[in-house]
Design a protein around this ligand. Structure first.
Ligand SMILES: NC(=O)c1ccc[n+]([C@@H]2O[C@H](COP(=O)([O-])OP(=O)(O)OC[C@H]3O[C@@H](n4cnc5c(N)ncnc54)[C@H](O)[C@@H]3O)[C@@H](O)[C@H]2O)c1
Length: 476
């Protein structure tokens, strides 16, 4: 069966069930961009840069006035973390579920936040974005709304911080880039794993040449969360189940890719050229759907549907000749892992299974004492400054807080952000590209250069707080 025919059948079948866009059915024009041949076409399109957002520091602001959109599991935790940071004013909280918005407001831990609630329908978030007294829109809804909300917010003069992935189509990745350039508003991808302690240590080591030339890196999202897809109280409107029924590829690439992309200087001296992707058959989701449908009629519509294969493996070729391997599996029972492997001509690092390990040359992994010394000598300044406090505040062991603190500190000091719109687009675009490759027997597909050639001159971001670092944290 041809790709066109297969994608047509998939789209028309799923559209009939109201699956498209995660929660609401899409218009004909919107559906078109989900068709597999469109992915290939959009990946090959060339765009013209109007302004380079890499290295750009927007005018500094003493206070960062935030509006939150989508405050379920992730967004409500962000409300709490942000309320711990000096110079933050939480102006508004939006969620289609009023009780969820109320609950999130209660998580604010400091004084002086007006936090008006917005829950009057699917489009109430626009009223929050329209406000003059908001500087940053923090988006943590389901994936299908990220790009639309981010673009609207930037067009209405707001910086944006958006949960992962920032967009789910090639076209939307480009929309983020062009809007950010045209408006000069930051579009930050909230890839918290870039702020995990071992990931930052390996980034610092890589920058000092510890690994020699980096030959290959690996990253992954291996996390058995399938059962939660069928649990009503876990996420809004079963959005993650719907995504897993709609797309077959690496649906969640950025936790694995973000940290290794920084190590490999992607968008800042290097770029991804092409990828090839393969998925196993689905061995788990279909039987699970059949099992739950026996007890719960709401899942009957999934009977006869195909689901994403258990494991996806995506290989990426970089401009400098290094390679990256990414994996995604959320339905096989196996221990949690993001791999985080860095293999160089001089040294090797591997985070999982924990504890994280480093080896120099062909010798065995460093013993505890040597690891401790390496860490002490090479921990980047951002961890020295905020790491201990971040561990106390928590959020995936502290990385979430470090990410939020750094974002606010950059905005308050007028500094370039660590993870800019080009990172948001390049890391997120792996999903549709892998989907196309999987559907075409792992044929290679070009990765768009969202920097439009500027990767050659763009500078790496600052992990040593050469500037900024002035934002304090409210004590509990
Ligand atoms: N970085 C991480 O470690 C991490 C962890 C978990 C989730 N996430 C990401 O966070 C995002 C949210 O995930 P979650 O688990 O919190 O999901 P969730 O379903 O708990 O939260 C999404 C919220 O968005 C709200 N919403 C839906 N449509 C809306 C609209 N039109 N206007 C306003 N609000 C709307 C829902 O009511 C819900 O409360 C996803 O992008 C996910 O990938 C990231």
């Amino acid at each position: 069966m041809s790709t066109d025919r297969r994608s047509f059948l998939k789209i028309s079948g799923l559209a009939g069930l109201g699956f498209l866009s995660g929660c609401k059915q899409k218009s004909g024009a919107q559906q078109k961009k989900y068709a597999l041949p469109e992915i290939k076409k959009q990946a090959a399109e060339k765009h013209q840069s109007v302004f380079n957002m890499s290295g750009y520091g927007a005018p500094k602001m003493e206070e960062v006035r935030i509006g939150f959109v989508g405050v379920g599991n992730r967004g409500s935790a962000a409300v709490e973390r942000m309320s711990r940071i000096e110079g933050v004013a939480i102006q508004g909280i939006c969620d289609v579920r009023p009780e969820i918005a109320e609950k999130a407001k209660k998580r604010i831990t400091s004084e002086g936040h007006e936090a008006k609630l917005y829950s009057d329908g699917e489009e109430a978030w626009k009223n929050l974005c329209d406000r003059e007294d908001v500087d940053l829109i923090y988006i943590a809804t389901h994936w299908a709304k990220h790009a639309e909300m981010a673009v609207y917010a930037m067009e209405h003069g707001k910086h944006v911080a958006v949960e992962v992935p920032a967009a789910t189509t090639v076209e939307d990745c480009w929309r983020l880039v062009t809007t950010s350039e045209e408006t000069k508003k930051h579009c930050v991808i909230l890839e918290n794993c870039c702020y995990d302690f071992f990931e930052l240590l390996t980034l610092n080591l890589a920058r000092q040449g510890f690994f020699g030339d980096i030959v290959h890196c690996e990253g992954a999202y291996l996390h058995p969360i399938m059962d939660s897809f069928f649990e009503e109280d876990k996420r809004y409107d079963f959005w993650r189940l719907k995504e897993n029924a709609l797309h077959n590829g690496n649906l969640y690439p950025t936790h694995g890719l973000g940290p290794v992309a920084q190590i490999l200087k992607i968008n800042r001296g290097n770029r991804m050229e092409y990828l090839s992707s393969m998925s196993s058959k689905d061995f788990s989701l279909k039987p699970k759907a059949e099992e739950v449908a026996k007890e719960d009629a709401r899942f009957k519509k999934y009977l006869g549907q195909s689901f994403r294969g258990n494991i996806n493996v995506t290989n990426i070729m970089l401009e400098n000749g290094s390679t990256v391997m990414l994996q995604h599996d959320v339905s096989s029972p196996r221990p949690y892992s993001r791999l985080h492997i860095v293999s160089g001509t001089k040294a090797y690092a591997q985070k999982y299974p924990l504890p994280a390990k480093i080896a120099i040359g062909e010798e065995d992994f460093l013993k505890e004492e040597a690891m401790k010394q390496l860490e002490e000598e090479n921990t980047p300044a951002i961890i020295k400054k905020i790491g201990e406090l971040a561990r106390q505040v928590g959020g995936h062991g502290g990385m979430d807080f470090m990410m939020d603190w750094r974002l606010i500190d950059c905005l308050r000091n007028g500094l370039p952000v660590d993870m800019d719109v080009y990172d948001a687009a390049a890391w997120s675009v792996i999903t549709p590209l892998s989907e196309w490759s999987v559907a075409n027997k792992a044929q290679p597909i070009e990765v768009p250069d969202f920097t439009m050639g500027r990767w050659k001159e763009n500078k790496e971001h600052d992990i040593n707080l050469e500037h900024g670092g002035s934002t304090r944290v409210h004590q509990a």
